[in-house]
Write a protein of this length. Structure first.
Length: 423
């Protein structure tokens, strides 16, 4: 669950930054930077990179890890870790109506996604069956298109194998070269596939509203970028004719739902913004490029920092055979020390064979995916009693140097103290 939360947070950071820039910058907003941020968000939503530390070879982990006192690393690590307050066997009480609402919302999200994907495939097959393949010359380049007499606006369809479908009679329109450049850019960017990925992300992170925002921002950003490419190197008059075509196409009746439309249409308010954006002369200076690159790098580091927030739960094996030793004082396993236990931080500690002690702050029964590198030692548990004394149980154990997983074996000894001096 912690890994899922970290993935959701990491993916949401670029999306939130993209939304803030869109609201603050408005007409000066850089849609190419926005697209990069959204793509970064998709990667972090889908990749469980927070667990990469626990599947790397030990030699790489030791190189990347902190040097020096392990307690310093543990203090820093625990200060940023997302920890569970639950102990094994504990649970969180959730009202039944909340559970029902969450389950209903999940069912609605998955049903909507499946319905949209299936409907899209049905409509596309129908359009392809009705279309005629032609080869035409566009801007001195021979391209392959599909002509369809049942549509009023061009489309770019398909997830992997993409096609551009245009209405019959549109080839003679003076704006057709710009229309083709718009649709070709959708094809180059694989926008239909990107939208499918966004829908998958919504199904995975269904409880996170920023996953839905990712889809809406990507859909909007894709149209702005395609418009910018369509009118690139065009005169003001050509841009005006293209803008007029956008307004006319926005009133057309279409077979595809708004989710899958890679074409000229859209909401009238957004059409107005798209026209204003493409009519504006854009000058990309070195400063703006530097800001865009810096913003992308900062966002990647901000999302990647969630790797520090993921701490896998430690695991123990409770199967042990008890051997008891009782006395007023006990001898520490390392015979050079006497009663050297340090339970000041936690009632559970792991003791390496050289006597180094590491506090164990979690006593969970599950652990994350990790190709463990185990070292031998002892696992000690401190138990206070009502008379002012205590009991220390010592287990033979192994500990992973990467994730902290503890494999507990047989009970080595039990030490009983009439007076507790460990706190």
């Amino acid at each position: 669950m912690t890994l899922y939360i970290c993935m959701s947070i990491a993916g949401s950071i670029p999306v939130i930054l993209c939304l803030i820039l869109w609201v603050v910058q408005r007409n000066s907003y850089n849609f190419y930077l926005g697209k990069n941020l959204l793509l970064i968000g998709m990667i972090f939503y889908l990749s469980p990179f927070q667990a990469i530390k626990f599947i790397l070879p030990e030699v790489i982990v030791s190189t990347l890890s902190f040097t020096g006192d392990e307690s310093v690393e543990g203090t820093f690590y625990n200060s940023v870790a997302v920890k569970s307050i639950l102990k094994p066997g504990d649970s969180i009480w959730i009202p039944k109506w909340v559970s029902v609402l969450l389950a209903a919302w999940l069912c609605c999200v998955i049903t909507f996604a499946i319905y949209q994907i299936v409907k899209y495939r049905i409509v596309i097959r129908k359009l392809l069956a009705q279309s005629e393949k032609v080869c035409v010359d566009v801007n001195g380049k021979t391209v392959e298109l599909l002509l369809n007499k049942h549509i009023y606006t061009p489309y770019t369809v398909g997830f992997i194998k993409q096609s551009i479908i245009v209405p019959e009679g549109s080839l003679e329109h003076p704006c057709f070269p710009m229309v083709y450049k718009h649709e070709e850019q959708h094809k180059i960017n694989h926008d239909s596939l990107m939208k499918l990925i966004c829908i998958i992300i919504i199904c995975i992170h269904w409880i996170n509203p920023f996953a839905i925002l990712l889809f809406l921002l990507y859909k909007m950003t894709a149209e702005y970028i395609c418009d910018a490419q369509a009118v690139k190197n065009c005169t003001v008059e050509e841009k005006k004719r293209y803008a007029k075509l956008l307004v006319e196409a926005s009133t057309a009746d279409e077979p595809l739902s708004m989710i899958w439309r890679n074409n000229l249409t859209g909401l009238r308010k957004l059409i107005k913004r798209r026209i204003n954006y493409m009519m504006k002369e854009k000058k990309t200076g070195m400063l703006k490029k530097g800001i865009a690159i810096a913003g992308t790098i900062v966002t990647i580091f901000a999302s990647a920092s969630t790797i520090l927030a993921y701490e896998p739960l430690r695991s123990t094996n409770e199967d042990a055979v008890e051997i008891t030793y009782e006395g007023e004082f006990a001898t520490f396993l390392n015979e050079s020390n006497s009663d050297g236990y340090d339970f000041s931080i936690s009632d559970c500690i792991f003791i390496y064979e050289d006597g180094t002690q590491v506090p164990v702050t979690d006593e969970a029964s599950t652990y994350a995916l990790c190709n463990h590198t185990l070292v031998n030692g002892y696992y000690s548990v401190h138990i206070s009693n009502n008379t002012g004394g205590c009991t220390v149980k010592e287990y033979k154990a192994k500990r992973c140097t990467k994730c902290g997983y503890i494999e507990v074996g047989s009970l080595y000894a039990t030490y009983t103290y009439t007076v507790c001096t460990h706190k």
